[in-house]
Design a binder for this molecule. Sequence first.
Ligand SMILES: Nc1ncnc2c1ncn2[C@@H]1O[C@H](COP(=O)(O)OP(=O)(O)OP(=O)(O)O)[C@@H](O)[C@H]1O
Length: 257
Amino acid sequence: MSTALRIEDLTVHYDHFTALDKVSLEIQQHTTLGLVGESGSGKSTLARVIAGLISPVQGQVLLGSQNLGKKRSREQHKKIQMIFQNPDSSFNPKHTIRQILAEALLFHQIVDRSHVDRRCKELLASVRMDESALGRYPHEFSGGQRQRIAIARALSVEPSILIADEPTSALDVSVQLSILELFNKLKSELNLTMLFISHDLGVIHAISDNVAVMRQGRLVEVNTKEQFFTRPSTAYSRELLSAVPKMPTSQLSGGFL
Ligand SMILES: Nc1ncnc2c1ncn2[C@@H]1O[C@H](COP(=O)(O)OP(=O)(O)OP(=O)(O)O)[C@@H](O)[C@H]1O
């Protein structure tokens, strides 16, 4: 298996606060790394640095063998796509779903104009939505459907890495389940490489191949899913696992919770 993404010594400061402290990590191709850790531990900051949305004061992000510098090209931006907890913030409410998907396809020159419509329909089908959605606006859909549209848009540019930052946290449990199932199907259909952030260990168990644990801006454990859930290597991970409340999301976890 080859390395899809490698980060080395990433350090981020917000004013005088160190949000990331020399974080190094690898994600292997076609695998999903689940990222967990308490609130404020630096998970979203790490995701944003990898996606090129903020710059580190130190360290580097390598995509395959390519070092992504501070100023990324359009092509480099395209390669790492991010899905957020709330997709609404990245949709123009005045644009139809067709416009939202077409904009990404044309901006990144994925298809020419004559093929946009067909590709939009295929993308909707890939997230299990009907093509009748194309003429409608984001506010006409439920939160789960909007997240499906955000996933379709992220996939439209054929990224090498998909980062999902708490993509199911704002959804009802039954909708969470359907979105997780979709991610799992897409993983195998498209051979995705993903960084999947969640504070919910049931979700992490359902989606990950490997698990990384952050605490106070540092990585404290990177392990296979099986090892993390059965034989975590740090006292902090044991604490996280023992603190898991018995939640309705237990149905997501394959019996973990
Ligand atoms: N723009 C910012 N300016 C100043 N401090 C920030 C900024 N963004 C995040 N922080 C701080 O950096 C630390 C890490 O934040 P981050 O959002 O990366 O954590 P997180 O693990 O994703 O948390 P959560 O699970 O609550 O989303 C926190 O203490 C946060 O308050």
